[in-house]
Design a protein around this ligand. Structure first.
Ligand code: FES
Length: 163
């Protein structure tokens, strides 16, 4: 397991200090840590457990229950493909296969170059736009936008290509 650097450890301590007396501190802390570090390191769960005096298993349970939290570092760009019923019957599996091929990232994993992570998600509540794909929080709905989605992915790849 890779050790966290001092800056990350200080960040975690600061989050815990600021959030520990608020309502629902576990999720508040996890959100901040996930956003800043891109994942929830085990050290963060240990520190939270100690500060909040709750078993680490409870924190781990929250991390693994919500799909927005991950215990592995994410790629630079996070792509979510909805596999809920409305999206699935409108072709989201085909889009998912295409994105896996384009990015080299496995489903629910990260590409070897660290550029992309692909998450297969449950219904995100935008069924009217099915099939729904999000890239770094920007939602692409319906197959008409598939070309736009391909362009976004290709542009990210081009930006990172060695000159
Ligand atoms: S099934 Fe995909 S948004 Fe609802």
């Amino acid at each position: 397991m890779k050790k966290l650097n001092q800056k990350s450890l200080d960040f975690i301590d600061d989050v815990i200090y600021r959030q520990k007396d608020r309502m629902g501190p576990i999720k508040l802390m996890l959100h901040e840590i996930q956003e800043e570090l891109g994942y929830i390191p085990f050290e963060a769960m240990e520190k939270m457990s100690e500060a909040l005096e709750v078993p680490i298993s409870r924190i781990y349970g929250v991390v693994t229950f919500y799909t927005q939290f991950t215990t592995e570092p994410k790629g630079k760009h996070v792509i979510g493909v909805c596999l809920g019923t409305a999206c699935y019957v409108n072709g989201s599996q085909t889009i998912l296969d295409l994105l896996v091929e384009m990015t080299g990232a496995p489903v629910n994993g990260t590409s070897p170059d660290g550029l992309f992570s692909i998450d297969a998600t449950r219904c995100v509540g935008a069924c009217g736009l099915a099939p729904v794909v999000s890239v770094d929080g920007t939602v692409f709905g319906c197959t008409k936008q598939l070309e736009d989605l391909k362009m976004v992915v290709l542009n990210y790849k081009k930006e990172e290509a060695p000159v």
